[in-house]
Ligand binder design. Structure first.
Ligand code: PEP
Length: 253
């Protein structure tokens, strides 16, 4: 049985004080949840706040990106070792906003994934198609390409130490959610693709859904056989909404 996992991607939102307030609310509300795993991914500067406030709690924290390089003259980048130093358990890699606005290719993302693993930080690999790609019947081709970049570099074993998030780009921040059936279909496809290389790794891999997940649709989405939790954007910025989604994960466990 895969342990349900709910992670909040705060993106470039909030202030130091707001980060602290949000974390305080999540810690208080999640105190009774033992089965679901919960993580927050604040902007880099607030990882310090997360470390200070979450150390010793059951809630993990992570970053929204990681450098593909190990160390050195890479201005503005943050290494896996630095994330580890701040107690990060997770690093999101390949979010569609980074693919779109920072020109990240599959090859770059696969290197980031490998660098996170090498640094002792668990990558959360985001994959997903645009609306155009879905409407032209290319969903499987696109998500297969995203998944294969990591398979080609690190083999199926790379997925034994990571998490995947299926995030259809057309559902991110739009309020439009994939139906549970649409999401399940892609999740099953992703798992089968990895199972073709290593069945045990695929069975153990947590595949989260992301894209306008909210309290009103979380139960049904997480109830699907291959949906193991959620990567939450907008709804992760309000403690009560995020906690309601965490509760859906708790109840599914
Ligand atoms: C995300 O960007 O990872 C995300 C899922 O955003 P939202 O929940 O706002 O669609």
């Amino acid at each position: 049985m895969r342990r349900p996992f709910i992670a909040g991607n705060w993106k470039m939102n909030g202030s130091k004080a707001e980060a602290a307030e949000l974390i305080r609310g999540i810690v208080a509300g999640a105190a009774s949840m033992q089965k679901v795993e919960i993580a927050v991914c604040p902007p880099f500067p607030y990882l310090y706040v997360a470390e200070q406030m979450l150390a010793g709690t059951a809630i993990a924290w992570g970053s929204q990106d990681v450098s593909r390089e190990e160390a050195g003259a890479f201005t503005g980048q943050v290494s896996a070792a630095m994330l580890k130093d701040f107690g990060c358990r997770y690093a999101i890699v390949g979010h569609s906003e980074r693919r779109q606005f920072n020109g990240e290719t599959d090859a770059i993302i696969a290197r980031k994934y490998a660098r996170a693993v090498a640094g002792g930080v668990t990558p959360i690999l985001c994959v997903g198609e645009t609306l155009d790609e879905r409407e032209s019947g290319k969903t499987e081709e696109v998500v297969a390409r995203h998944i294969d970049a990591v398979l080609d570099l690190g083999g199926a074993e790379a997925y034994a130490v990571g998490v995947v998030a299926y995030e259809p780009v057309w559902a991110i921040g739009t309020g439009v959610t994939a139906t549970p059936e649409q999401a399940q279909e892609v999740h099953a496809f992703l798992r089968e693709r990895i199972a073709a290389k290593n069945k045990a790794v695929a069975e153990g891999l947590r595949i989260l859904y992301g894209g306008s997940m909210k309290p009103g649709n979380a139960v049904e989405l997480i109830g699907q056989a291959d949906i193991d939790g959620g990567l939450i954007g907008g709804a992760a910025l309000k403690a009560s909404d995020f906690l309601a989604i965490c509760q859906a994960g708790e109840d599914a466990a």
